[in-house]
Design a protein around this ligand. Structure first.
Ligand code: PMP
Length: 430
């Protein structure tokens, strides 16, 4: 067993200060048993805990670190930026530079606004959609996660699903009442919802490639139906690409499917590991945001110079070729995992899109949240711990996604596949 005494002690102490010892629930490893590792540093594809253990990291801060940990250019750009001060609360050239870069990659972002998290991006996009349409109801899909704002904490994925919470105490009933939910990839149900409520619905918000119930790609028919229904009813279609943007494909899931949403939310990679979110889309919609329009949104640290620098430095190093390389590594890893499971007679479904990947201990198919729930979560927990013992750090829940970075080498993919084989041996033994 790897020594983790220092992490255990640190967790005990942290539990005096933070609910459950953490500042975001899934970090606690509660559902997979055992204590979380306290991380000392990251370098490339590796992280190091405070007991001195080293892991190949596929969590990558839950997605942002597409260039791996402490990328030299990102670090030196940030060092240069911080020497000019950390925040001004006034416009800088950096904001426009990042916006131009984003627009060149995701052209549907005709105008945008920078914020400090994915939650803030989706929450603000919903307000804009409600403000523009003058309607209150919104539609989201079961098992999609859009951050923790009140209207969106209904039938959500990620930690909400991991801890089996349907909605949260503290979400006013009236707000939950205005959030209609529908199963993911289910064309008939969403059509029925629009037949009944179409003219009351401000927007649909959807993860075009879902990543908060493991990876589940939306079907083309499903996403096209959402586009058609929103167009017909005068509702706004919001693609939440906080995770899938710069992950499912260089130009985002919207380009992969060839479907243009009215609004898009981004986060994670777009800040290169610093706190950033972005919401934006059609110019006529975004012009309704204050101060050019009446819909209010503001932020002391919105467009923060360090966060903008993290984003610029990261996006400038990305290219379609880099995505081809990362995707090839994911393809090989996914095949290796499927082969390892088969060799051990364990039913598995491996899903991957671009640089996102996950696996379900499930007979399949896995197309929505109800399918994910049929997975063998007890075996997943055991297997997760076995992977850790074999030096592989993955997402501690079947309702989460793993990622690939540009720093993972082919040799490390081989090492990971070997570790998966060993972890199957270990988990099946104990
Ligand atoms: N939307 C999606 C699709 C996400 O995956 C997440 C976070 N995992 C969020 C929104 C919320 O982002 P944040 O945690 O930065 O608030």
């Amino acid at each position: 067993m790897k020594p983790i005494e220092k992490s255990q002690q640190a967790f005990k102490e942290a539990s005096n200060y933070f609910p459950g010892g953490v500042n975001s629930p899934v970090r606690a490893f509660k559902n997979v048993g055992g204590d979380p590792l306290f991380i000392k540093k990251g370098a490339g594809s590796h992280i190091f805990d405070i007991d001195g253990n080293e892991y190949i990291d596929y969590v990558l801060s839950w997605g942002p670190l597409i260039l791996g940990h402490a990328d030299p250019k990102v670090v030196s750009d940030l060092q240069a930026a911080v020497s000019n001060g950390t925040s001004y609360g006034a416009p800088t050239l950096l904001e426009t530079e990042l916006a131009k870069k984003i627009q060149s990659i995701v052209p549907s972002m005709e105008m945008m606004r920078m914020v400090s998290s994915g939650t803030e991006a989706t929450m603000s996009a919903i307000r804009v959609a409600r403000g523009v349409t003058k309607r209150d109801k919104i539609v989201k899909f079961v098992g999609n996660y859009h951050g923790h704002s009140d209207s969106l904490l209904v039938d959500a994925g990620s930690g909400v699903a991991t801890f089996d919470i349907n909605t949260s105490p503290g979400v006013p009933k009236s707000l939950a009442y205005d959030t209609l939910t529908s199963p993911y990839n289910d064309v008939d149900t969403i059509k029925q919802i629009f037949e009944k409520h179409g003219d009351e619905i401000a927007c649909i918000i959807v993860e075009p490639v879902a990543g908060n119930m493991g990876v589940i790609p939306g079907t083309k028919e499903f996403l096209q139906t959402l586009r058609d229904l929103t167009k017909q009813s005068g509702s706004i279609l919001i693609f939440d690409e906080v995770m899938s943007g710069f992950r499912a494909a260089y130009h985002g899931a919207q380009n992969l499917y060839g479907i243009k949403p009215d609004m898009t939310t981004l986060g994670k990679v777009v800040g290169g590991g610093l706190p950033v979110g972005v919401f934006g889309g059609r110019r006529d919609i975004m012009e309704q945001v204050a101060p050019s329009g009446p819909i209010y949104h503001a932020g002391t640290l919105s467009g923060n110079p360090l966060a903008m620098t993290g984003g610029i430095s990261t996006l400038n190093q990305l290219s379609p070729e880099l995505y081809d390389q990362m995707t090839a590594k994911v393809d090989r890893l996914a095949k290796g995992i499927a082969d390892a499971a088969q060799a051990h007679n364990v039913p598995v479904v491996v899903h991957h899109v671009g640089t996102m990947w996950s696996y379900f201990f499930n007979q399949g198919p896995v197309n929505n949240f109800a399918d994910v729930q049929k997975s063998d979560m007890d075996f997943f927990a055991k297997f997760f711990r076995a992977l850790l013992e074999n030096g592989i750090y993955t997402a501690p829940s079947e309702y989460e996604t793993n990622f690939m970075s540009s720093k993972h080498t082919d040799a490390e993919i081989d090492q990971t596949i070997a570790a998966f084989n060993q972890a199957f041996d270990d988990a099946l033994k104990g």
